[in-house]
Write a protein that binds this ligand. Structure first.
Ligand code: ADP
Ligand code: ASP
Ligand code: MG
Length: 416
């Protein structure tokens, strides 16, 4: 960076923020304000809302068993459109700007098509343009593989493009503009009394995201945490820009004064439950069940092994993501001849509800409150899992909203 270089900002706009020409004009106006505030800005854009879903549906319609490289070629294209349109919108209001596809920068990723990880970003091209007074508009969600093919970063991946670019450019902050004005104690679309958080720690945000709060892609939070990127979630709809921190800042735990036992509640409908009924209760059975699943790259999330009443057999229950469910059943069918279980029962009508808070490290009783609250509502807990800063339970999907609302109240999170 030369001595005269300006401070830099990354501004990321999600699907609803770029949903049409008018919304993109609004984005350009927000970017112009930050340029006038003295920043060199790299804008990262998503596809218009609904567009990626349409592209994915077309790909599946052509063939459910398509090549993942072509999925990426297709799914990444929505972002190219919004990047170009945003650059035009900026030029039109007197802010020189050029669009960049992932491969042009390049944003180098591994070759895991459909959910590639960013390995390296060379910021030189963008920096050279900054030096000439030209802002950058980068197509989010995409990169280039070692084989030179286009990759995508998994659904919601533009968040990760933005944070990674902020790290590469050593930006002062990464502002993630979306359709809510920050990170809430739980999804504000299902709990009216959800409260906006001024700050949330990287660790809590990581748990919230990985447990279902899709406001930030999990990998973007990981990336922010590793590279210590100051990241803010804020709204593109209320006319404010980032400097006064109107949104939610994701930051280090010790920057947060207000200490809370529980910071948030998340839920995920992306769960499928599999039970092996009456498996023999002897050493080696868990290994025999879970090793072939691991070998097939299937992530097993929650596990419970019931106490056997006769000392001879037990039920083994676990969950996978919905996308892996069919494959998991096939792997079990192919590998479990020797186990001699009675049968397999399944349920995809389940949801995982989690309470999250760093306060759990030092305070007991969080899990009990959760169990008691759900019991009072007559909600049966099917599986439980815990870690240092969260407790998760699996329940019937029909109780999702009831459970989340009741827990929100029980932990004193309700706003006015
Ligand atoms: P974008 O298209 O801008 O990337 P997303 O739809 O991916 O936006 O993420 C924003 C959405 O995340 C919100 O509309 C909200 O419904 C949802 N959400 C889930 N949990 C939370 C939470 N705890 N706080 C804020 N938003 C949340
Ligand atoms: N357009 C992509 C998606 O819908 C990436 C993103 O919006 O972050 O998943
Ligand atoms: Mg998103």
């Amino acid at each position: 960076m030369s001595a005269a270089a300006k401070p830099r900002l990354v501004m990321k706009f999600g699907g609803t923020s770029v949903a049409g020409v008018e919304r993109i004009r609004n984005v350009a106006a927000l970017v112009k304000r930050e340029v006038e505030n003295g920043y060199d800005v790299a804008v990262v854009v998503s596809a218009m809302s609904g567009e990626t879903n349409k592209l994915v549906a077309l790909t599946r319609e052509m063939s459910p068993l398509h090549d993942a490289r072509e999925y990426d070629a297709i799914a990444s294209s929505g972002e190219n459109v919004t990047a170009g349109l945003t650059a035009i919108a900026l030029d039109t209001i007197g802010v020189p700007a050029r669009s960049w596809a992932g491969w042009q920068i390049p944003i180098k990723t591994d070759g895991v098509h459909g959910s590639a990880s960013i390995l390296d970003i060379d910021p030189k091209g963008i920096e050279d343009r900054f030096a000439q007074g030209t802002m950058a508009v980068v197509a989010g969600f995409q990169g280039i593989s070692p084989e030179g093919r286009i990759t995508t970063l998994g659904r919601g991946g533009s968040d990760t493009s933005a944070v990674a670019l902020a790290a590469a450019l050593k930006a002062e902050r990464c502002d993630i503009y979306t359709d809510v004005d920050g990170v809430y104690t739980t999804d504000p679309r299902i709990v009216e009394k959800a409260r906006k958080l001024d700050k949330i720690s990287y660790e809590e945000m990581l748990e919230m995201a990985s447990l279902g709060a899709k406001v930030l892609q999990t990998r973007s939070v990981e990336m922010a945490m590793i590279h210590r990127v100051k990241t803010q979630v804020l709204s593109s709809f209320d006319g404010q820009v980032g400097a006064d921190l109107p949104g939610t800042l994701v930051c280090d735990e010790d920057e947060i004064m207000e200490k809370r036992l529980v910071s948030g509640i998340a839920y995920s409908r992306d769960e499928a439950k599999i039970t092996l009924v009456k498996v023999p209760d002897r050493p080696g059975v868990a290994a025999a069940i879970f090793s072939p699943l691991a070998d097939a790259g299937i992530n097993v999330d929650m596990i419970v092994q019931n106490v056997s009443d006769d000392g001879k057999t037990t039920d083994m229950t676990f969950t996978t993501g919905k996308a892996d469910f069919e494959r998991a059943l096939k792997v079990l069918e192919d590998n479990l001849h020797d186990i001699r279980h009675e049968r397999v029962s399944t349920d995809t009508n389940v949801v995982k509800v989690s309470v999250i808070g760093v306060g759990m490290r030092t305070h007991a009783g969080v899990a009990q409150t959760m169990f008691k609250t759900l019991a009072e509502k007559g909600i049966n807990i099917q599986v439980i899992s815990t870690s240092e800063i969260k407790v998760s339970v699996l329940i019937a999907a029909e109780y999702t909203e009831l459970a989340v609302r009741a827990l929100h109240t029980a932990y004193g999170l309700d706003g006015p």
